[in-house]
Design a protein around this ligand. Structure first.
Ligand SMILES: NC(=O)C1=CN([C@@H]2O[C@H](COP(=O)(O)OP(=O)(O)OC[C@H]3O[C@@H](n4cnc5c(N)ncnc54)[C@H](O)[C@@H]3O)[C@@H](O)[C@H]2O)C=CC1
Ligand SMILES: O=C(O)[C@H]1O[C@H](OP(=O)(O)OP(=O)(O)OC[C@H]2O[C@@H](n3ccc(=O)[nH]c3=O)[C@H](O)[C@@H]2O)[C@H](O)[C@@H](O)[C@@H]1O
Length: 480
């Protein structure tokens, strides 16, 4: 029986391994992690991450051919194929701080594999890593290998949170990069056979190692660039009276451009887009390509601009101050159908409003108060380290309260900001919300989920990203 071990039981390791176990009943899959609470949660009824459809898959395979364990060394030693899906956060100190990927966790996993391996292994990069990482990993693994042979493959993951199970069940493509030697090709073939249990052959792409590593960074950069492009247009739409949804529809109808990923928003978030682009920028700089680096840097700059533009809209619309005013924030996760808050635009928006002394009441159906308080207290980039490396109990931000009900959050508020596109926000009783709010009552829709015209009929002053402006907002000072 082929044995697979995955180091890192997170948003990628958990769901990807659960899908392999589901589709390959004859393969034994062990997912290991240094975080005992995380492993305990994977072995319980309350999985550590919220992902539609994940519970069912885990329930079907757990303790059959899918195991979660903290016994990292045992499972690594026994495995034929080892996936490494650990954190690769942005470095916060030293050379490349604020840009380069911190490979501490990867390196320690590689050293441990080298220490405990007693038989030949295929080691698979599942984490997103800088191009050429495999070369460094190879050196670590083979340095003291006592004759044991390691083949390194790059098999980046393209799932998106909230749709991870569908993405894994029917991926657009699976990418496998390996050395172009006979041993390298054999290893690629072995991994290909795992995916071939359910992925059609023409969707399994094989390349050299560096192409696979770089394709992952490139894919995330292209996706984020589309969002920054439409968000840049949204600012121009507001200035001219064009409607960003109409522009996106018209542009996306060109089959060369396509309609997906053109939703204007308060800004993109999530653990990867910013981190991976910063990493790409750093690699370009290190390779003497400052023009290329600056091109990609602009994607992040527009994203930051979009978040601060939103905050400025809120403040300038409300008589140029939110000091002492209650602002309800609906949605804190970085997108709907996930409880993940890593790099969510809500953090920057809330910090911006707190900077103007607002008092904030937050509701998100999947994010706990503890998580929100941690996020608002944490330093930039600290969020992407394993949980046990993060500050234990950061001081709670006093001007922030968290409720478990959208109506409660909006009660007595001067304004409501919608920051995540949860479906339930479309169905709220906005008459009830309006009646409970201070007047004039404002809604700032950072995700274009509400029917602005209907809300205006109720009496709200409404701002929707990239949409023709309410007369009230037109009369306010221009926003930077
Ligand atoms: N979250 C996402 O949607 C996607 C993430 N990725 C990439 O996958 C990688 C992992 O991301 P996530 O799963 O989101 O991170 P995560 O933080 O959810 O999971 C990483 C896990 O690795 C564990 N870990 C760290 N060092 C370890 C070690 N030495 N031994 C054992 N366990 C260790 C941590 O405790 C943590 O549970 C990153 O490189 C990310 O860029 C790629 C595609 C999608
Ligand atoms: O490497 C990764 O981590 C993953 O990053 C993204 O997945 P994810 O971040 O989970 O979610 P997305 O659906 O890409 O959304 C990212 C952010 O962009 C925003 N977004 C997305 C699409 C859009 O049109 N507009 C927009 O503002 C979302 O609200 C969210 O804040 C990619 O879509 C995945 O392919 C990739 O594997």
């Amino acid at each position: 029986m082929v044995k697979i071990c995955c180091i890192g039981a997170g948003y990628v390791g958990g769901p990807t391994m659960a899908m392999i176990a589901l589709k390959c009943p004859k393969i034994e899959v062990a997912v290991v992690d240094i975080s005992a609470p995380r492993i305990a949660a994977w072995n319980s009824d309350q999985l550590p991450i919220f992902e539609p459809g994940l519970d069912e898959v885990v329930k079907e395979c757990r303790d059959r051919n899918l195991f979660f364990s903290t016994n990292v060394e045992k499972h690594v030693a026994e495995a034929d194929i080892i996936f490494v899906s650990v954190n690769t956060p942005t470095k916060t100190r030293g050379l490349g701080a604020g840009k380069a990927a911190d490979l501490t966790y990867w390196e320690s996993a590689a050293r441990m594999i080298a220490d405990v391996a007693k038989s030949d292994k295929i080691v698979v990069e599942k984490s997103t890593v800088p191009v050429k990482t495999a070369e460094a990993i190879e050196k670590i693994l083979t340095h003291n290998s006592n004759g044991i042979k390691f083949q390194i493959l790059s098999n980046p993951e393209f799932l998106a949170e909230g749709t991870a199970i569908d993405d894994l069940r029917a991926p657009d493509r699976v990418l496998i990069g390996g050395r172009e030697t006979p041993e390298g090709k054999k290893a690629v073939q072995a991994l290909k056979e795992v995916y071939a249990h359910w992925v059609p052959e023409d969707r399994i792409i094989t390349t050299n190692l560096w192409s696979a590593e770089l394709s992952k960074l490139a894919a995330n950069a292209f996706l984020a660039q589309r969002i920054s492009s439409i968000n840049a247009m949204s600012a121009l739409c507001e200035a001219t009276g064009a409607n960003v949804s109409e522009v996106a529809y018209a542009v996306g109808k060109d089959s060369r451009i396509g309609s997906k990923f053109l939703n204007a928003s308060v800004g993109f978030g999530g653990s990867c887009f910013q981190k991976d682009i910063l990493n790409l920028v750093y690699i370009c700089e290190c390779n003497g390509l400052p023009e290329v680096a600056n091109y990609w840097k602009q994607v992040i700059k527009i994203n930051d601009y979009q978040k601060s533009r939103f905050v400025n809209r809120v403040v300038s619309s409300m008589f140029n101050t939110v000091s002492g005013k209650k602002i309800a924030v609906l949605g804190f996760a970085f997108k709907k159908d996930t409880g993940d808050t890593r790099e969510t635009p809500a953090i920057d928006v809330c910090k911006g409003l707190l900077g103007d002394k607002a008092s904030i009441s937050i509701y998100d159906p999947q994010v706990t108060e503890d998580q929100i308080q941690r996020d608002l207290a944490m330093n930039k980039f600290d969020w992407d380290h394993p949980i046990h490396m993060q500050p234990v109990s950061p001081t709670a931000v006093k001007q922030v309260s968290v409720t478990w009900d959208a109506y409660e959050a909006a009660k007595g508020a001067h304004g409501v900001c919608i920051l995540t596109e949860w479906d339930e926000f479309k169905k709220l009783d906005y008459e009830r919300i309006y009646d409970s709010m201070q007047k004039p009552a404002f809604i700032f829709d950072g995700r274009n989920v509400v029917d602005a015209e209907k809300l205006r009929e109720i009496g709200f002053i409404v701002y929707s990203i990239g949409k023709p402006l309410d007369q009230w907002l037109k009369d306010m000072p221009a926003v930077c």
